[in-house]
Structure formats: C-alpha cells, structure tokens
Unconditional design. Sequence first.
Length: 288
Amino acid sequence: MIKTNKDKLVIQSVQGKISSPSAGNNPYRIDKEGLAHILPATGGICYNVKIGDSCMKWVGDHIEPGVSIKSDNVAENKALMLLACIGNEAKVITGDAKGAKGFVTGMHGGIDHTLIYFKGEDLEKMAIGDTILVKACGQGLSIEDYEDIKCMNIDPELFDRLNINITSRGTLEVPVVAEIPSYLMGSGVGSSTAFSGDYDIMTGDRKANEKFGINKLKFGDLVLLKDCDNTNGRQYLKGSVSIGVIVHSDCIKSGHGPGVTVIMSSKTSNIKGVIDEKANIGNYLGIL
C-alpha cells in the first residue's frame, strides 16, 4: 500500500461565487482555419455537460462541466485556484441550493475558474452569484520513499482511491485512459507552476486525435503525459512523466484543446501508465 503524509495536511476554507459567462465588444472566436464563430464558452452553470461525458463533442469552446466559480478579489481567487484540489468537498452556502454538496473537478487557468460537480437537482436550484465554500486539502501531499515524484492538485482521499500499484521494481503503475506525447501539449506550456490551473492537449491534427485516443476522452479522465515535466513549471523533459485529469472541453482555437490539471509528476520514468477505460475521477468518487 502506498504511504503518504495525508495525516499532516491542512484542511482550509476557500470560496468563490458562481461566475457568469462573459463577452467583450467583439463576440467572435477564431478557429484553427481563421474562421469566426459565436459559441458558448467558459463560466456559469452547465446543466448538460458533466463528468463522464465526452469532452470532444460539444458545440462550444473551453466548455467547463458543472459549475464554474471565482472570487471577485484577485488575491483570494489566486488562493482558491492554488489551494483547491480535485476531489475536495464543495458546499453551497448561499441561495436556494444552500447546503448542497459536491466536489472540485479541476482548475482552469487563464479564465481562472475552479470547477465543481453537483447533482443535477442541485444545479436547478443554483443561480449566478451563489457562494460555494471548498474544504481545500491536498497541496503538499507526498509519497513516502518517492521523493522524485511530486503530487499536486488532488485530495488525499481521492488519491488513495486511484488504484495505484507498486511493481517489484518500485515503479508506480497508475490507471490512465490514454497516453499523450509531449509534442501535443500546447497552451499553458511554460507556465511557472503546475500547482494552479491546467494546460491543453492540442487537437488540430485529426490523425493524432485518433491515434492517441483523444477523440474518446471524457471529462474526469486520467491521462499520462509523456516527456512532460510538471514538477515545478510546465516543460518538455525527455523521460519525465506526468499524470493529469481532463477538466475542460476541446477548443476551436489554434494551440488549444482539452485541458489537463496535473496531479502527479516526476523528472524520471518512475511512473508508468496502465490503460484502463474506467480511469475517471467520477468512478473513483462514485458518481458514474
């Protein structure tokens, strides 16, 4: 059994409000061919876009499943993005859905939204501006005797449910839906830290989408990123391995695609992916 320092981790409150979709004076989004589109995008309450659904089929751009929250205070929102972890409990504390509980499913950089899953009947009671409190826990998680592997952005209880196996050679085998080569990682590469937000799998090459199973990806799927070092910032490093969760949908913009919030990374090849089509946080959290 994998031993972690979870009993030493701090549980701390962070919160934000359901953030409305927004638009500027120019409503158009430019696709990979230079064509302009008007489409739904980030923010709000997505009633029919959920964990376990395809992240590739939607007529939209950077669609966020469930509820998108943000704090109006910039510094507080940075803390929300930094401290909230996938699998953390989230609770509605204002409005008609007060008391409803869900969990964090990802952090979306750039727009700086924290994404939350709630049951469908709870979504129907919610409104833009409702406040949601998150019991943030997970940053600082480490695995005993694996100093080369850095964990981030994941609740320790969810981490324990990932069915990670230790081989006779000491390698960690992690269930994943797909393995993605580093040359397909786009928007977000070069960020100073992977402890906040996400970065995108580029989907401009249809043959690559089919070859690597990108067309079949779902919200909440675990994926392995080959030669991708996320131990600090996001960079290419031969032999490095990262594990992440699909948090937002495909995009029409060049250099963009499904977003990945990283949960584990190593500069060595001490992490190995084991293909499992059920490797989705929705299964580990009991909602699929």
